[in-house]
Design a protein around this ligand. Structure first.
Ligand code: OOG
Ligand code: NI
Length: 468
């Protein structure tokens, strides 16, 4: 990238702000949610100075107010391929593979997100991107019809594709090009209240699965939610009804803990929106569709493969022992049950570290740097930490959770729509469509941890420990 180019991180920042403005204008309830989140965050920071200090240390405070993610659903392999190129312009790369078929949702997904530490700090905005799996639709005729409808749409403007070409050839976009790109990209994610199909076709697609109707019936992959970050998701969940927002029954993910792990999420229910269907002879022309909602997330520490295995086991056992009723009955009991099941998951940073369950960012302390100049330091990591020469802070989990994502999908599709597909993860097919391999998220956290440790130990003058 040359100096005259706008940095991809800056293009992403422009894009996430433009998306936020657009979504707030399109979905007023989302604006109400943002106000609630801002209030809760301010109150939490006032009440918890150590938390404030911790966020400050991690460079998190200034990025608290920006949206963390959005989601789209694509119809074809070609669309996924092109969207990868579009996101690359904004420094967003595919991380992780999520098979949602296990939960009865006929899609598989990845998250386009920034990868480097600096990029994440600048603006962490990511887009959970799902690809429809027509192969999971039993009705062969309907499958063919859906494929035909999808094959004739173009979700990107000519100009955006052209600018992607410029980016790839020149290694960047100039500021005016970047602005034009963001403006044009926005068109792809905009809501269209006019369907590209008649009402009867819509109904047929809808009967097969609401998600199929949502993906196939429209001009493009409208952004279906945006998600701000909260420091206290339980407070936001409790606050939603007070502001006239209908919240999903339970918070997805781990229970509330002293040391938050992974990701907790909740959402408000999708809105019923008026749609003008294509007029086809006697085909009825007006109706409604619900797709767009709002979500909130609270992120905790990234877990190692070992930690993640324990999380998956405990969650599965909780869900086996206690199933939440379809209408959201027993939500309070669910929270209690979940906490019970997670008792065996350590809830202190020190133990999460010593048992190799989570990832940390290491740094040399002022005392460590001073001692380094004065003489030899302890020769093992634990001692450096015990003596206060080396500190460790949680690395934030930047990805998604398949069981939680399925819960978010389901609550916005209506709980009566659970369909069971055999688990048939098809990562190869997904990556072939994408035209690239997805990054392995655990490896990214491992690298970040290792790099921080090497840097800190070098500053302390004992780089040999890093390799031990
Ligand atoms: C995506 C649902 C998943 C999340 O945060 O886990 C998701 C969708 O409904 O398209 O956004
Ligand atoms: Ni989401």
């Amino acid at each position: 990238m040359a100096a005259l180019h706008t940095h991809p991180d800056d293009i992403r920042d422009l894009f996430s702000r433009a998306m936020s403005d657009m979504y707030r204008a399109e979905v007023p309830q989302y604006g109400t949610l943002l106000e609630l989140v801002a209030d809760v965050n301010a109150k939490t920071l006032r009440a918890d100075p150590p938390l404030r200090a911790c966020l400050e240390q991690g460079g998190e405070l200034q990025r608290l107010g920006v949206e963390r993610h959005g989601a789209i659903r694509l119809g074809t392999a070609e669309e996924l391929f092109e969207i990868r190129r579009v996101f690359a312009v904004m420094g967003m790369h595919p991380v992780g593979y999520y098979d949602l078929s296990v939960a009865g949702v006929p899609v598989h997904s990845t998250a386009f997100r920034p990868i480097g530490e600096e990029a994440l700090r600048r603006n962490p905005f990511r887009v959970f991107t799902s690809l429809l799996r027509l192969d999971l639709i039993q009705d062969v005729a309907l499958r063919a019809e859906a494929a035909k409808i999808l094959s004739s749409r173009r979700i990107l403007t000519e100009r955006v594709l052209e600018l992607v070409g410029v980016f790839e050839a020149e290694g960047g976009l100039t500021p005016p090009q970047a602005e034009e790109f963001v403006c044009g990209a926005l068109e792809t994610f905009r809501w269209h209240s006019d369907a590209t199909v008649g009402f009867n076709t819509y109904r047929k697609l809808h009967r097969a699965h609401r998600l199929i109707a949502d993906i196939v019936s429209f001009k493009g992959p409208h952004i279906n939610h945006l998600t701000p970050r909260t420091l206290d998701i339980d407070a936001v969940q409790a606050g939603m009804p007070l502001r006239g927002i209908t919240a999903k029954a339970v918070i997805e993910g781990p229970p509330r803990r002293k040391c938050p792990i992974l990701l907790r999420q909740t959402s408000f229910k999708a809105l019923e929106e008026p749609i003008v269907f294509k007029q086809n002879g006697s085909d009825n022309a007006v109706g409604t569709h619900s797709a767009r909602f709002g979500e909130i997330e609270q992120r905790g520490i990234a877990l190692t493969a070992k930690g993640r295995k324990l999380y998956d086991e405990l969650l599965a056992s909780a869900r086996r022992d206690f199933q939440i009723g379809a209408a959201g009955m027993n939500a309070a009991v669910y929270e209690v049950e979940l906490s019970e099941h997670f008792r065996s998951f350590p809830d202190s940073w020190a133990e999460l570290r010593s048992r190799g369950l989570a990832f940390f960012r290491y740094s040399a302390t002022a005392a460590g740097l001073a001692s380094n100049r004065g003489g030899p330091l302890p020769s093992c990591l634990d001692e450096l930490i015990a003596d206060g020469f080396l500190r460790f802070d949680p690395i934030v989990y930047e990805d998604f959770l398949p069981v939680s994502a399925a819960g978010i999908f389901q609550s916005n599709l209506g709980t009566d729509e659970q369909k069971n597909y055999a688990a048939q993860s098809n990562r190869n097919q997904f990556e072939a469509a994408l035209g690239a391999m997805v990054h392995n998220e655990v490896e990214l956290y491992e690298c970040a941890e290792r790099a921080s440790l090497q840097r800190a130990l070098k500053q302390l003058g004992c780089p040999q420990i890093a390799l031990a």
